[in-house]
Design a protein around this ligand. Sequence first.
Ligand SMILES: NC(=O)c1ccc[n+]([C@@H]2O[C@H](COP(=O)([O-])OP(=O)(O)OC[C@H]3O[C@@H](n4cnc5c(N)ncnc54)[C@H](OP(=O)(O)O)[C@@H]3O)[C@@H](O)[C@H]2O)c1
Length: 342
Amino acid sequence: MTSVPSSQKALEVVQFGDPLKGALKLNKEAPVPKPGDGQVLVEMKYACLNPADVFTVQGIYPGVKNVTEKKPGFVAGLEGSGKVVGTGSGCSLKIGSRVVPLLGEKAGSWQQYLVVNEKQCIPVPDDVDDATAAQLFVNPLTVVGMLDEIQQNAPIKDNPWIVQSAANSTLGRMFIQLAKKRGLKTINVIRTSATKQELVQLGADEVVVVSEESDVTKKILQITGGKGAAAVVDAVGGEIGTACCSSLAKGGLFQGYGLQSGQPIQVSNSDLIFKDIVIRGFWLAIWFPKQSSSVVQEVFDMFRKKELVPHIQKIFELEDYLEAFKAQFSPDRRGKILFKLT
Ligand SMILES: NC(=O)c1ccc[n+]([C@@H]2O[C@H](COP(=O)([O-])OP(=O)(O)OC[C@H]3O[C@@H](n4cnc5c(N)ncnc54)[C@H](OP(=O)(O)O)[C@@H]3O)[C@@H](O)[C@H]2O)c1
């Protein structure tokens, strides 16, 4: 084991609620854990601030055990990257190996050191940098999963049009890139025009700006020649999700995967009956365990070839977590907020 300190900085959820109003506290003297049999100690380099982490702090995300058990007093953060600095007995990973720890329902990436089972570490190839690797899991794999679902179950044979809401999100930007690679055309629904040109440069086929359109559904129908979209992926819900859903073609597939407006969509019985649309959700936590490990290598490969670029808005020190959350809640961001941990 290389020399590691006995204490570390960790951003802890001390009560569920608003991250800007006392739900979080930086513990500068948290103990550094020791790896047991089959476990490694990872010195974390970067961690993401994802919307699911915000929901974790708020106490509404069902993917983290402390949330479902209503037990604050833990370190949040679903993903990040780092390197192995200690190993328990029976481990084959070497000290210095760069890894992405899969933390699952334990979470805990917002700290400098964490212990994880060796089997839950994904080795990072040399030609993928730490900040990119920190974003390996949550967003890229969701994009791959939703596109697989569309290619298997949406009526895309004579209709390549896919609508996505929250298209300016970090995930939305990757969705544009990968959909294009797979021969699909995207209609990208965004709130304001601030980032429209950037999305076009990324490969967006069409951009619909909600603040400039009196009728989003009508606009999508116009773009698709009256046919409607083969699929919708919606991270917003509420009025925007409803407008996108109403634009589906016959047999179209709606995948709800985010809660950004906090509001439900409305689905017309008429669309269910006469257009036979399919409404379902997508959650990585359900999809990923059914996949083979090659799906992760597929993402690394796309990172390498720059076919999939996870954009970064700004990197914050853990001490500046309040500023990080303010940036997270600002509109028209251009990528992910990361924490730099060591
Ligand atoms: N189901 C799953 O398994 C899964 C996995 C990964 C991610 N997700 C979801 O995917 C979405 C994108 O993730 P991300 O990391 O890419 O997010 P992100 O970079 O933080 O971006 C969030 C996006 O939400 C939009 N937004 C926020 N509040 C909104 C509102 N009230 N109405 C409309 N749009 C709103 C923002 O729009 P502006 O650009 O206009 O500011 C921004 O584009 C999130 O909802 C996340 O929870 C789901």
